[in-house]
Design a protein around this ligand. Structure first.
Ligand code: PLP
Length: 429
């Protein structure tokens, strides 16, 4: 019997309900996934007990021999996975990775270009309710109304007009490959740093199925828990380390600092204290898994499943932003379907299908209501679902979207969803 069951039945009961929810519903939230049991074992292990402020070999605490080994493995595996010369595996989350990258490369008040949140960006790309929008002068670029893809004429124009110090590419609801090369051209013209936030497609990048930002970007951030299928957390990478370009800060010591040293010190002591060593070790496990050939197969299946799903929706007359997807995610514009994103999320949820409402570009509804939903295939692909399951799922979703108030339909579909899920267990016990 589990310790939790014996000593805290209240939390054990809650945990049981969450396990049941994950096992018995269809997880279509594009940013979620299911880690392996090995990752979970490490994330739930004794390294949570260890204080290890600093970096391997340079800690402020004793007893760090073994956590050092784990962190070194995490870094080495991550470098190999992305072809990155520099890696930092300590950020507690994707947002902290972005905070550290921004605080290293620019100063408060500096001008930055980022993709508008309603057009697929992220809170940390300049939203006024986030530190990014409060500390920096963010100017948003958008996708084009016709193509649903980044409008590079606008990016070019904004860069000329505002002379940003940095440009961020990437986002949370961008179904197409991130156009690193195009951004690089514009960043070079305005002498701006280029930062890629690959939080969403990083697993696809690792598998070689999405272009790599490394040759084009000065700095790359990501989460580890989305398509990369690791524990919840963040990472920072550079394809190539380079000399601190902001003058001779370290001239007194007779040595110019490298940017890698600056990023390390922005993460700790700049914005974080003790690293989450259990999570860093679990990241190492996940990176090891992502280096295996099976992960490439997984990533391929994620994309194939997303393409099948997009095709089915298109056949049923849905409008997808950018008319499809290159990745794991699609953004469905429901504005012609007589239902809001909010109502779709709620009613699909009643049938055991989990999605999130999402603004679509040029949305006329508020972020709390929205005209769209974002749907992704990473989690159901981890369960082993494929083409025939995808087709069933889209049919169910369509039925609910067309008849959102039909409760008996919802409960029929819910039991079908349940039955389907029981054929694709996530965890064996
Ligand atoms: C998810 C995401 C993040 C933030 O990750 P958290 O771990 O939730 O802080 C940052 N950027 C993008 C583009 C994301 O999609």
């Amino acid at each position: 019997m589990s310790h939790l069951a014996q000593h805290d039945s209240e939390l054990f009961h809650i945990l049981g309900k969450e396990i049941h929810r994950e096992e018995s519903t269809l997880e279509l939230i594009a940013s979620e996934n299911f880690t392996s049991q090995s990752v979970m074992e490490m994330a739930g292990g004794v390294m949570t007990n260890k204080y290890a402020e600093g970096y391997p070999g340079k800690r402020y605490y004793g007893g760090c021999d073994f956590v050092d080994e784990a962190e070194n493995l995490a870094r080495d595996r991550l470098s190999e996975l992305f072809g990155a010369e520099y890696t930092n595996v300590q950020p507690h989350s994707g947002s902290q990775a972005n905070m550290a990258a921004l605080m290293t490369f620019i100063k408060p008040g500096d001008t930055v270009l980022g993709l508008d949140l309603a057009h697929g960006g992220h809170l940390t790309h300049g939203s006024p309710v986030n530190f990014s929008g409060q500390l920096y002068n963010f100017i948003s670029y958008h996708v084009s109304r016709e193509t649903g893809r980044v409008d590079f004429n606008e990016v070019d124009r904004l860069a000329k007009e505002h002379q940003p110090k940095l440009i961020i590419c990437g986002g949370s609801a961008y179904p197409r490959f991130i156009e690193f090369e195009m951004f690089k051209e514009i960043a070079d013209k305005s002498n701006a740093f280029l930062m890629a936030d690959i939080a969403h497609p990083s697993g696809l990048v690792a598998a070689g199925l999405h272009p790599s930002p490394m040759p084009y970007c000065d700095v790359v951030t990501s989460t580890t828990h989305k398509t990369l299928r690791g524990p919840r957390g963040g990472i920072i990478m550079m394809g190539k380390d380079f000399e601190n370009p902001w003058g001779k800060i370290a001239a007194k010591s007779g040595r110019v600092k490298m940017v890698s040293e600056l990023i390390d010190s922005t993460v700790m002591p700049g914005i974080q204290g003790g690293p989450l060593m259990h999570i860093i070790a679990a990241k190492a496990v996940a990176f090891g898994e992502a280096l295996k050939p099976e992960f490439k197969t997984y990533a391929k299946n994620v994309i194939n499943n997303a393409k099948s799903m997009a095709d089915e929706f298109l056949k049923l007359g849905y409008h997808l932003v950018s008319d499809g997807t290159d990745t794991h995610v699609m953004l469905i514009d429901l504005s012609t379907k007589n239902i809001t994103g909010k109502s779709a999320e709620i009613n699909l949820g009643k049938a055991g299908i989990t999605v999130n409402k999402n603004m679509v570009p040029f949305d006329e509804r508020s972020p709390f209501v929205t005209s769209g939903i974002r749907v992704g295939t990473p989690a159901i692909t981890t369960r082993g679902m494929g083409d025939s399951e995808i087709r069933k799922i889209v049919r169910w979703m369509n039925q609910i979207i067309l008849d959102p108030d039909n409760e008996s339909l919802q409960s029929t579909i819910k039991s079908d969803v349940n039955a389907l899920c029981s054929n694709f267990p996530i965890y064996s016990h």
